[in-house]
Write a protein that binds this ligand. Sequence first.
Ligand code: NAP
Length: 481
Amino acid sequence: MSTKQQALFIIFGGTGDLAKRKLYPALFALYQKGIINEHFAVIGTARRPWTDQHFQAVVQESLPDAKAAVAKKFDAHFYYQSHNVNDTEHYVTLKKLAQNLDEKYQIGGNRLFYLAMSPRFFGTIAQHLKSQAIVTADGYNRVIIEKPFGHDYTSAAELNQSISKYFSEDDVFRIDHYLGKEMVQNILAIRFGNNIFNSLWNNRYIDNLQITLSESLGVEERAGYYETAGALRDMVQNHILQIVSLLTMKMPTTYSETDIRREKICALKSLKVYQPQEVATNFVRAQYQAATGLKGYRQEDQIAPDSQTETFVAGKLLVASENFAGVPIYIRTGKRLRQKATRIDVVFKTVPGDIFAKQDLADNILTIEVEPEGKVSLQLNVKKIGQGYQLQEQQLDLSPENRNGEQIPEAYEKLLLDALMGDATNFTHWEEVAYSWKFVDAIRQAWDQSQQPLAEYPCGSMGPKQADELLTKDHRHWIYK
Ligand code: NAP
């Protein structure tokens, strides 16, 4: 479906964890598929004084499963330049190297600038790319930006301004890697490609939506960042609200970047922003405690012994749109939970009337499991085999095995290809980011002013009891236990 692409990738933060774990393997996957082949080169840049040879060896190490000969041909396209991004001289040498590589590989001026480093550098990089004429006039110039995009609305707006002075919104690709996940991309196919769901996807038929993003790991090496972020900023502002927007947006006129993003922006704008007193009844925050041989959050390295950072958040969201008014959206995410999983449960209302008198019918539930398996299932009521007329629940499953065992590409591979093709459908528009922060800021501010202590949950559980009570007080329960 995609033709060969030609581009020069300039990766700021080329020695970093993200580049090694995600970007180089993703570029290699595109190389193996022939999407990038002859006419591409990669400049990695950071302060460490690496040589091209060392850089190429690092890239090879990031591809443990690659055949050595293929990896070597691929690595030959990689070049390294050591410098500090705050230093204007850096960009003079970078420009020369970029021009040489553009000629050597006949790239035609297409440039992708990947900012895989701390957002505090984004403004200065964007400014220098323009002022030092590293952007070209011949091809495209696109900037790919990693999260976090600010730590609240004000800082995000400042960051956005520092980039938009030099790059138009069309050339800014804000990564939310959940949007590259196959099953997250499937939400629109399921909703709008099937009339059985399209016609039922509203407050007349849906009782509630549930979204769980659970992690089994603790804070690991990210303590410094995590202490200032917490689960609300780290997971809800971006990944969870993106999923909410895909679940609640109206049908776009066409499957296109402009129409889809327009409807997603409307969906996020329709989220009810809570008043401080409403936050206490609609949101729960908690911290993991030592259990099953695992340390509690406050005992982890580099975490303050009296840290107030939440490692878990659960909430009930409401949307003020015609189709979703009155449908609660329950969300939860946390670290050190029982299992790593990303899952959406769409719980439908029960059948009116009482034809099967005195039999408890199970809810119809559409489950989209993003991780670990990537499958869709639908819970139905069917007749029990045999005499009499008893009903029982049964699952209809669409799992990867019965989808011809097709290889699912990694999120970063798909997103890099989208950026190469100039398709920003699966990247977040500034207005999406802005409305998401406005929603999250209201919760954060209420917590900052609150005297209510953090709730607690043991490592390996599914969160604090208060997260269950959020649903039981509405006479509901979490589908994913
Ligand atoms: P990292 O491992 O700390 O890498 C940071 C990079 O920036 C390194 O290459 C570092 O290299 C370079 N650097 C720092 N200061 C510099 C300067 N003044 N001039 C030039 N280069 C400089 O961080 P990371 O985990 O790769 O994350 C990068 C970004 O992606 C962050 O914004 C992070 O939040 C985001 N992100 C990461 C992940 C992940 O899985 N790692 C996931 C989602 C988002 P030198 O020390 O050699 O200069």
